[in-house]
Design a protein around this ligand. Structure first.
Ligand code: PEP
Length: 253
């Protein structure tokens, strides 16, 4: 099965509307449009309209949000709904990022509700999973990944699972400059795909795109993405500059 690589820039709480316009202009100058890789920018909510304006209808770069509510609308201060994301033209939403799990107490069960809500609105979830250093050193890597996959994707049909993106991001590698070796990353991705095959069947498992995330940069991107089960990258720090994000896109083709 050949899977189109997908590279996403998670800007986290960085880059306001004015800076975003400069970023998109610089990215357009990098000539990434013709590269056969799905490209996604995931700005803070308030920056999304500026990114859409700067893209000016250019379909080659998709836009995502960093979170979404599991509710429709109403008295949920600070929340953003799928309807609002659809109105802005967001195609993707990052869900279950380790920073949401760590600082906002998000659990697999809660993230599962958000995944279902996103899917029901036609928005593609980029579902983040990954172990902490303590869990890895304590021999819990596989059990943690398995529960994140099984609980986070509970009740989804094989067709729904086949269409989502899963980002494997070892927590100890996010923003630390430490990257999993290509072999360790591949082993984790292969394990995730095997759990998917057990839960939703081999066909859907084969279609799911699995990104690696955790200190991906131009220098290590090609080696990571040459692994058979790594279908792209979710990039934080190295995606804050257009030239470095473009270099990672070029490394994925
Ligand atoms: C992330 O936050 O998803 C991430 C992978 O960050 P970084 O690339 O900075 O490690």
């Amino acid at each position: 099965m050949s899977r189109t690589p997908i590279i996403a820039a998670n800007w986290k709480m960085n880059i306001g509307p004015a800076e975003a316009k400069e970023f998109i202009a610089a990215l357009k100058n990098e000539n990434v449009c013709d590269i056969c890789v799905d490209k996604v920018i995931v700005p803070p909510f308030v920056t999304i309209p500026a990114v859409m304006d700067a893209l000016n209808g250019c379909q080659c770069i998709g836009v995502g949000a960093q979170d979404v509510s599991d509710r429709d609308n109403g008295a949920f201060t600070g929340e953003i709904s799928t309807t609002m994301l659809n109105e802005l033209g967001c195609k993707y939403v990052v869900l279950g990022h380790s920073e949401r799990r760590q600082y906002h107490g998000e659990t697999n069960a809660y993230i599962n509700k958000k995944i279902k809500k996103a899917l029901s609105a036609g928005i593609i979830p980029i579902y983040c999973i990954g172990e902490t250093l303590e869990q890895r050193e304590g021999g819990q890597l596989e059990s943690v990944l398995k529960s994140q996959v099984v609980e986070g994707l509970a009740d989804l049909t094989p067709e729904q699972v086949a269409g989502i993106v899963i980002a494997y991001e070892p927590v100890w590698a996010i923003g630390t400059g430490k990257t999993a070796s290509a072999a360790d990353a591949q082993a984790a991705h292969a394990y995730i795909r095997s759990v998917l095959a057990e839960t939703v069947g081999a066909e859907a498992a084969d279609k799911v795109r699995l990104q690696y995330g955790g200190s991906v940069k131009p220098a290590n991107a090609a080696e990571l993405m040459s692994q058979p089960d790594i279908d792209g990258a979710l990039v934080g720090g190295a995606a804050l500059k257009a030239d470095s994000f473009a270099a990672i896109i070029k490394a994925a083709k």
